[in-house]
Design a protein around this ligand. Structure first.
Ligand code: OGA
Ligand code: MN
Length: 295
């Protein structure tokens, strides 16, 4: 399969044409996609919706998947296989969630800028979000470029943050929205994780911020100073000039590199429209590898 990479902007976001995610992916094409992701950080592939098995098969060509990666584990009925994360607003009978459904309230956290699974021991490398049902207005996914955001910081800020470490927890981002309804079992499963605020992106060797709404503390700073710094950097990184906005069509696959981007979903009428979206998540490390940045 020969594919074409069509940049959407100079070095952020590209559309890949000539690729069908339904067909087996050979090593050369896989490597071309990885190289496009190293350059552009987020890529779009248009096509038809594929089965869960096909989506999982495609994602597995890029590494191990974060299996059972839903955080909600207590009393939740799953609609998709454990290798996929369901970010839809419908239940197993394709009925819209009730306004106070725990899954809906939890998924509302996706409206905040974040990077996937920074709160887990092994964070996410690539997220591959596939659209089965899209909404006619709103519901876009925005991705922001944390390498460009880092480059645009002034030197004082760059040296201030160089060696700082942030503490990430899923309960931090959810409590921003007042959602604290987690079982003891869920809380114990995901203790806070430390991550450097500045990293080198392995594929491009460019420096990048590593930020998310999951970050609620900076080691060595008071809670207030840490949160203000995180806010400052999030505001900086989410300026319009660093953002790609994806307007969904049925069958799209949007891939982003979580190591150098943040993303969020935009609002839509959740009581009127069904949005059926499933994510495969390739882990940042293979089993047995040790993350050097972990304290
Ligand atoms: C995700 C996510 C955003 C969206 O799947 O990780 O944040 O547009 N989704 O649904
Ligand atoms: Mn996400």
């Amino acid at each position: 399969m020969t594919i074409d990479i069509n940049p959407i902007s100079k070095d952020f976001a590209a559309e890949i044409t000539g690729l069908s995610i339904e067909k087996p992916l050979n090593d050369d094409t896989r490597d071309d996609i990885i190289s496009a992701l190293d350059t552009y950080a987020t890529v779009v592939v248009r096509g038809d919706p594929v089965s869960q098995e096909k989506q999982i098969g495609f994602a597995l060509r890029f590494g191990s998947l974060d299996d059972v990666n839903g955080v909600l584990s207590t009393g939740i009925e799953r609609r998709v296989r454990p290798e996929l994360t369901d970010v839809s607003n419908i239940d197993a009978d394709r009925k819209l969630f009730d306004h106070n459904d725990r899954r809906r309230l939890f998924n509302l956290g996706n409206r905040l800028w974040h990077t996937d699974s920074s709160f887990k021991r092994v964070a996410a490398k690539y997220s591959m979000l596939h659209a089965h049902t899209v909404v006619p207005e709103g519901g876009e996914t925005q991705v922001c470029d944390l390498r460009a955001a880092y480059d645009a910081l002034d030197n004082t800020m760059k040296s201030q943050i160089l060696d700082l470490v942030a503490v990430h927890s899923i309960y931090t981002s959810r409590s921003i929205l007042g959602f604290n309804n987690f079982s003891e079992e869920e809380r114990l499963a995901l203790p806070p994780i430390c991550r450097p605020l500045v990293r080198e992106h392995p594929g491009s060797k460019r420096k990048t911020l590593y930020l998310a709404s999951h970050a609620g503390q900076i080691l060595g700073l008071t809670i207030a100073d840490g949160r203000l710094l995180i806010r400052e950097l999030m505001e900086h990184a989410s300026q319009r000039k660093f953002i790609y906005t994806h307007k969904w069509r049925v069958g799209d696959l949007l891939i982003w590199d979580n190591r150098c981007t943040m993303h969020r979903v935009r609002p839509f009428d959740e009581y009127l429209y069904k949005r059926d979206m499933r994510r495969a998540t390739v882990m940042e490390m293979e089993k047995g590898q040790v993350y050097e940045g972990l304290s």
